[in-house]
Structure formats: C-alpha cells, structure tokens
Design a protein around this ligand. Sequence first.
Ligand code: FES
Ligand code: FES
Length: 161
Amino acid sequence: MSIPLNITINNQSYSLEIEEDTTLLSLLRDTLHFTGPKEGCGNGECGACSVIVDGIPVRSCIILAAELEGKSITTIEGLTQTDEKGNVELSEIQKSFIDEGAVQCGFCTPGFVIATEALFNRNPNPGKEDIEEALSGHLCRCTGYKSIFSAVDKAAERKNK
Ligand code: FES
Ligand code: FES
C-alpha cells in the first residue's frame, strides 16, 4: 500500500507517495537518486548507508521511510556547497579525508564522513574516545583505519582553528 510522506532532504522539501516497506536507503538511492549513501551489508552492520536524521546519525538501510514523516535528512551530498556557476566545494571533513589518503575505493567513505559530521555537530571538540565511539561499527576494507582517524583529527583541527 502506498502512503504519503513529507520529508526534507538536504534542505529541500519533498512530498512523495511511498510504499510502506520502502527503506530510507531505497528512497534516497532508487527514488531520489542520492547515491552518496551506499548499500554494503543491508542489515545495519557496516555503516556505509549512514545519513543524519534530525541531527542523529542513522543507518538508512534498516529504517523505514514511512517512520520519517516531517523529519530532516542530511546525506553526504548535503555537506557540499555549490556556487551559482555550479562549482562544488567540498566540506572541510571531505577535504581532510582526501588530504590524509583516507579514501581508497571510497565505498565506506560517505558513512565515515556522515558519522564525523554528526559528531562535530554535537561535540565541536571531540577527544580520541569520542571519535572512536562515533566511528565504531563503520567498516572499511581498504585503509586499515589509520588514515581515517588522521582525517578526522585533521578536520577537527581545521574546525577549531
Ligand atoms: S548498508 Fe546499512 S549498515 Fe551496512
Ligand atoms: S576505502 Fe574502500 S572500504 Fe573503505
């Protein structure tokens, strides 16, 4: 059965008809073509599909879109700025991931960046344990994690300059 859904994604309002069993990830990727959130495990274990819902990082593969009436969603696409000429400016977190070599295949990267963004929003000056906790449960097959933690440290430094 289809149901109405009013939702805000990256500061834009959408009024949609969705199936009751549509996941947030499917809505984002398949219907609205926000392909930043990735489907890795599909069952809440890898973090690749993470987005922010009203300030809280969530795994969009295990949330039904129907539960999100009136909510505000941020995907990794929402962290960039686009000027009037269409030039895209990455966020400081995204730049730090590139600078520190924390992006290899990139499949996990949107999830790590979203988790970092949500952490900084609730704690502008996180310590090592805060960062470890925020990134726990996010899996990366490529980097060995060291460069990811360096990227988050660098982004925190840049943010607090
Ligand atoms: S795809 Fe959602 S947690 Fe892995
Ligand atoms: S960069 Fe490939 S899975 Fe993390």
